[in-house]
Design a protein around this ligand. Structure first.
Ligand SMILES: [Zn+2]
Ligand SMILES: [Zn+2]
Length: 101
């Protein structure tokens, strides 16, 4: 398999491709997403830390669906990657629904 060069890119198909077979492990303050990059196909774990709003909004239950920006952080050496970057450069957004505890 040829290793793709590093390229900062997104595509409409990335989210659906990524969430197929994605494993989501909830943590105290976020989630760990285990899946494969839709661009370079390397598997990686992505830690999502929820930003600091912990209290519920007053007056009931908010629809707790979070838009989570994901970027490829695989450990494969993609050619042309800047020293301070990780992965192949691909990024996309997914929606995570927080299930009631
Ligand atoms: Zn990738
Ligand atoms: Zn990769």
């Amino acid at each position: 398999m040829t290793v793709l060069p590093y390229l900062e890119v997104t595509a409409a198909s990335y989210a659906a491709s990524y969430t197929t077979g994605l494993r989501v492990t909830g943590t105290a303050d976020g989630a760990v997403l285990s899946g494969a990059c839709p661009r370079c196909a390397c598997p990686f774990d992505f830690s999502y830390v929820r930003r600091v709003y912990r209290h519920r909004p007053a007056g009931g239950r908010a629809a707790d669906v979070l838009q989570v920006p994901v970027l490829c952080v695989c450990e494969t050496a993609h050619a042309g990657r800047p020293a301070d970057e990780e992965g192949c450069g691909a990024y996309w957004n997914i929606l995570l629904e927080r299930t009631a505890p």
